[in-house]
Design a binder for this molecule. Structure first.
Ligand code: CUA
Length: 312
């Protein structure tokens, strides 16, 4: 009989450790509280002739012990779980990026070289993978139990999820949020391959445009370049060196230029106006699919950083 679910990522081992530590500590306190309750209720039941006089009234050392030990334990548990949480939350900078779009009722995946797949995700073993999740309709939730990894895809947002697969094999992929009639069929597989097998797999089937190349095409065809490139007649902020920087907004506010910021700036351009600029950008809401938006953002993130900044 298998007690533990397969552990196929670093995160899975860490999450299970948190679970085991909590179980052991809860089990211990169950014994030391429920045990005496049962014992005392039997021993001091009514009419049982036992000594009911309290001996010592103050036991400072005991009181300090049962206050301070659980306090330390609680803080330790918090620190341990928080460390695991933050490691699961923030991907390493060199993680490879995979685009995932939830759809009623399928997962559409695109790899950095453009390779697409549906309801399946191929990954190389030992390489941190960062998924950027979007949804074309309702809330879906990307769930890989063997990685102990789950993240909602929420309309209007990009969400992210990352893990490092540690074991080659095939694992289940679920949608873990009720999303309509065929929610239960929104399932698939995650296949972890050796690095060389993954590279070979990437070359199979139809070769597609990479997201960065598709984004570059959109950047020009939608007219973004007309305003945002140096030398254009409309004064729009330069998009070079933008990703990851701190953007000054009006009234002294700032916002970090992460993926969500790029998304908002394209769809809701009047939400956060860059300080010193006019709110003249049109919204692209409804003109881009989630996949195109992901591609455009991938292109903006990959704009060369070495270009000289705009002269004032
Ligand atoms: Cu998608 Cu449930």
């Amino acid at each position: 009989m298998k007690i533990w679910l397969e552990q196929a990522s670093h995160g899975a081992v860490e999450v299970d450790q948190v679970l085991v530590v909590l179980l052991v500590i809860c089990g211990f306190f169950l014994l030391v509280t429920a045990g005496p309750i049962l014992f005392f209720s039997f021993r001091y039941r009514r009419n049982n002739p036992v000594n009911r006089v309290i001996g010592r009234k103050n036991m400072l050392s005991l009181e300090l012990a049962w206050t301070l030990l659980p306090l330390g334990l609680g803080i330790g548990l918090f620190a341990h779980s928080a460390a695991v949480y933050f490691r699961q939350r923030y991907a390493p900078a060199d993680a490879m990026e995979i685009h995932v779009v939830g759809h009623q009722w399928m997962w559409k995946v695109q790899h950095p070289n453009g390779k697409r797949e549906i309801n399946s995700l191929h990954l190389p073993v030992g390489v941190p993978a960062r998924l950027i999740l979007a949804t074309q309709d309702v809330i879906h939730s990307f769930f890989v139990p063997a990685f102990r990894a789950k993240q909602d895809a929420v309309p209007g947002y990009f969400t992210t999820l990352w893990f490092t697969p540690t074991k080659e094999g095939t694992y289940s992929l679920f949608c873990a949020e009720y999303c309509g009639t065929d929610h239960a069929r929104m399932i698939g597989t995650v296949t972890v391959l050796s690095r060389s097998d993954y590279q070979a797999w990437l070359q199979t089937g139809r070769q597609e445009e990479s997201p960065v190349a598709a984004g570059a095409r959109l950047y020009h065809s939608l007219g973004c370049s007309g305003c945002h490139e140096a030398g254009s007649s409309v004064r729009a902020p330069s998009l070079h060196r933008l990703y990851g920087s701190v953007v000054p907004l009006e009234r002294g506010k700032t916002r970090i230029a992460d993926e969500q910021y790029l998304r908002d700036s394209i769809l809701l351009p009047n939400l956060d106006i860059t300080a010193g600029y006019e709110p003249v950008m049109p919204s692209y809401q409804g003109r881009l699919t989630e996949g195109e938006l992901l591609a455009l953002v991938a292109y903006l993130k990959n704009l060369p950083r070495e270009t000289p900044p705009d002269l004032p």
